[in-house]
Design a protein around this ligand. Sequence first.
Ligand code: SKM
Length: 286
Amino acid sequence: MKISGNTKLTGLLGSPVAHSISPLMHNESFRVLGLDYVYLCFDVKENCLKTAVEGLKACGIRGFNVTMPNKNRIVSLMDHLSPAASLIGAVNTVINDGGVLTGCNTDGVGFMRSAHAAGYDIIGQEMTVLGNGGAATAVCAQAALDGVKRIHIFLRRESTYYDRTEKLAKRLNEETSCEVLLYEQGDVESLQSCILQSAILVNGTPVGMSPDVDHSLIEDSSLLRPGLIVSDLIYEPKETKLLKLARSVGCHTFNGMYMLLYQGAESFRLWTGHMMPVDRIRKMYF
Ligand code: SKM
């Protein structure tokens, strides 16, 4: 990779960011396609976000990804929002067109593409989602926009995001053809009937994530069935307790690793107009 006087800057704003594999994915893709771009990580905490965005904009950055804890706060710094970012209330990709910032959200696209790449067609089908944090919200909004027929979201009433999820459900019901229904996380009877109607079950909570690998929101294998698709947005560990149980029952399973790959591929396309060489990147880093 050569840095020139014309090299366009992209990057990641968040804290922490040192662990991210985004620089590897993007810089290798720029190199392979011969694009004069670079991707760098910037450790930016919430209290510095506005200053950082103004500075990067003044320096003519082409665009950047946004990760924890900045995805919600950055919304108010955008000039425009994509339909998905507006529904989700969070931005993970910013495009800078001559000083005009557009906030997009590619996390949900990442999930939908990872399901498609794994060979599953969930359009027109029902989906059950556990949790309503940032990643789960992005998945639900994109699934509704893409044509999933009905989404059952299980969440805790005392969740800090409860009101936000109620608003999201209302907007998705009004603005898309998808029907979105909310349930209490402990309502096992509803969970059982929703999973039965669903083609796919998604865990969008952190339950089961390393180091708490011995936990799963579903312990009872009779809630699952052979052929059901079960996805965990967690990718560390690669196979969570939920996915292990699902595999033992004969479910199709996939984790959140390729959601990261495909959200990056979509950001890459938005900044450069080129397709990321995803097969190469998957083999090298995933
Ligand atoms: O939404 C993504 C973000 O675009 C990049 C990222 C990373 O590099 O760790 C994680 C997610 O938040």
